[in-house]
Design a protein around this ligand. Structure first.
Ligand code: HEM
Length: 484
């Protein structure tokens, strides 16, 4: 009786404490939104980072919500892969990251196997640029896709009797599904119950995308088992010495597809591919191009001059090409290829700058905003590699500017596992392009980073140290076709 009385008397106090505590929890600032759908209607379909940058200035902190990735993750099936799999301590996450690190980690990317693939595809890229510079965006995309097909599966479409397996189409179809399903705007992502209603258009779309993904899992894997070329999958199978289980097979099939899908952010025509940003930057900032070319020329002329053989830049030249590295950092920053990164989810309730972040809140880091912060990067719209140099004109690799520019690869445990591959590969690509050709604006044209424009590209005979290797492109005009 006494216990019941105490409970009854203390109930109002407990309720009061809950209410006070709740009221004290400061909600993160941002537009108010509506019940159930939250801020869904506030989020624009395109260039969300600009709106969110505007909110940051208006509200200070950014708080945004996002529904589960039901379409791409659950219905289509990409949820099994690395990008959508739950983080630690999930053993699958750890295994994926371990596999990536072993194959394309810090040291691994400098291996001769990977470098040979990169260099061979680079030479092909140059030949294609010579042949039809107006299609440079297609060429850069195809070149990077070929690198990935070879690295992930050891598949060489141009030498596999014209793609007898149809693997190029299989990969393209699956990636098209990945991109389409990842787009915001699927109603089932906002209203999960819709998934139980059959016959709706998204169900058909998801079914087709899932079939394409299943083909991507199975066909290349069967090919690798019969091939002798080094690849992500063959390296995994070699490690197992023929003892692989069904579970192992499943893991490596999905991991290889994740490797490819991660790369699609690198190559995709819809996003700003870093190489395309390079072309645009060089057209707009000829003095930067000249300065970088002078460095590459000066260094390679000592090497090529001594050996008598012409060789293109390689990963081992990196320590001697610091201005080129600063240029690369500026490309990452100036037009980030993943302006909003990928969403992170709060696994527990958290307090950030006095604001309560509820468990399950979806957090988008507005990379574009971080990389265009006027305090750290004065005149952020201007392309200026000098931002990363110290007072002696040397690259300050650990400066706040340089480390922030690298945040284009994301943060923490989910940081991009392809960053070393992207870094070495882009540095070599850029140095090779600087060494072999000039990019310039077409006279009278004023290309704009966002809205497209015209640029022309010409090679410069003097770039080839050996005249027989010199590249000469007539100046051509072409549309920088919506590079964003
Ligand atoms: C310039 C090139 C690239 C940029 C700017 C870039 C950027 C990013 C960003 C911002 C993320 C999200 C990180 C986060 O959640 O904090 C990411 C994730 C990822 N990237 Fe990249 N990436 C690039 C190239 C690549 C390449 C070449 C590969 C593969 C070979 C790759 C594979 C992946 C994968 C698998 C994930 C998901 C990781 C996870 O969820 O744990 N990326 N990337």
């Amino acid at each position: 009786m006494a216990v019941t009385l105490t409970l009854i008397l203390s109930l109002p106090v407990v309720l009061w404490l809950i209410v006070v505590n709740f009221a004290k929890r400061k909600r993160a600032p941002g537009p108010r939104g509506f019940p159930i759908i939250g801020n869904a209607l506030d989020i624009p379909k395109d260039r969300q980072w600009l709106t969110w940058d505007h909110w940051r200035k208006e509200y200070g902190l950014i708080y945004s919500d996002r529904p589960r990735a039901i379409m791409v993750g659950e219905l289509v099936g990409w949820g099994q892969g690395l990008g959508y799999t739950p983080g630690p301590p999930n053993p699958r996450f750890k295994e994926f990251r371990r596999l990536f690190s072993a194959f394309i980690g810090h040291r691994a990317v400098e291996s001769p196997d990977i470098q040979t693939v990169e260099q061979e595809e680079n030479v092909k890229l140059l030949a294609k640029l010579l042949d039809s510079p107006d299609k440079f965006m297609d060429h850069t995309r195809d070149s990077k896709a070929a690198v990935l097909l070879r690295l992930a599966y050891g598949y060489h479409p141009s030498s596999e009797s014209n793609d007898s397996l149809g693997l190029v189409k299989i990969v393209e179809d699956a990636m098209a599904g990945f991109s389409a399903a990842s787009e915001p705007g699927w109603w089932v992502d906002s209203f999960p119950l819709l998934r139980h209603i059959s016959g709706l258009p998204f169900q058909y779309a998801a079914k087709k995308m899932k079939q394409d993904l299943d083909l991507l899992y199975s066909v290349p894997y069967e090919y690798v088992k019969t091939a002798t070329v080094m690849s992500f999958i063959s390296a995994f199978l070699d490690d197992k010495h023929g003892q692989e289980t069904k579970e192992d097979e499943n893991t490596v099939k999905i991991a290889a597809a994740s490797l490819y899908s991660g790369m699609s952010r690198f190559t995709s025509r819809q996003t700003v591919s870093s190489l395309n940003s390079y072309f645009l930057a060089m057209a707009l900032y000829p003095r930067v191009q000249q300065k970088a070319q002078a460095q590459v020329d000066a260094y390679l002329s000592t090497i090529n001059g001594n050996s008598g053989d012409l060789r293109f830049p390689s990963v081992s030249d990196r320590p001697h090409l610091r201005y080129v590295e600063a240029l690369f950092l500026e490309i990452l920053r100036w037009q980030p290829s993943v302006p909003l990164g990928l969403p992170h989810v709060a696994k527990e309730d958290d307090i950030y700058r006095g604001c309560h972040i509820k468990k399950g809140t979806v957090i988008w880091a507005n990379m574009w905003s971080i990389l265009h912060d006027e305090q750290l990067f004065p005149d952020p719209q201007v392309f200026k590699p000098e931002r990363y140099l110290n007072e002696y004109g040397e690259l300050a690799r650990n400066s706040k500017q340089a480390t922030t520019a690298r945040s284009a690869f994301g943060f923490g445990r989910r940081i991009c596992p392809g960053l070393y591959l992207a870094e070495t590969s882009l540095l070599v690509d850029i140095a090779t392009l600087l060494y072999t050709m000039n990019v310039s604006k077409q006279e009278g044209q004023d290309p704009e980073p966002y809205y497209g424009g015209f640029i022309s590209q010409e090679s410069n005979q003097r770039r080839g140290a050996n005249p027989s290797m010199s590249l000469f492109l007539p100046a051509l005009v072409y549309v920088f076709n919506r590079c964003q």
